[in-house]
Design a binder for this molecule. Structure first.
Ligand SMILES: [Zn+2]
Ligand SMILES: [Zn+2]
Length: 105
């Protein structure tokens, strides 16, 4: 998926498709491996959590051109990832499927 396509998905509110694209899935696996499958935020706080999600440090919707920049990516556990995206929490009403179901195509 190209940056133009990502911009288009952002405009359409359809960015979940990005997380299902092959290139992202491959890259996110590589980042998790780089980070030893460990949550980097927990690590900075001196504790260990298994990393589940790969997060864009500078938000995808703000800087889509960094979508695939490895320096802009880090592995997080689900709770840290939710902390990074408070706008998605909506009072814990329902779990955010796109951050939990990483294995879905
Ligand atoms: Zn964490
Ligand atoms: Zn994120």
């Amino acid at each position: 998926m190209t940056i133009d396509e990502i911009n288009k998905l952002l405009n359409e509110g359809n960015i979940v498709k990005f997380y299902n694209c092959r290139k992202w899935r491959k890259l996110s696996k590589r980042i998790q491996k780089r980070d030893n499958y460990e949550c980097q935020k927990c690590k900075r706080r001196g504790k260990y959590s298994k990393g589940k999600n790969v997060h864009h440090i500078r938000e995808l919707k703000v800087v889509p051109e960094l979508a695939y920049a490895e320096d802009n990516l880090e592995t997080l556990c689900i709770s840290c990832h939710n902390e990074e995206h408070p706008e998605k929490l909506e009072g814990f009403k329902k779990p955010e499927p796109k951050f939990i179901n990483d294995e879905r195509w």
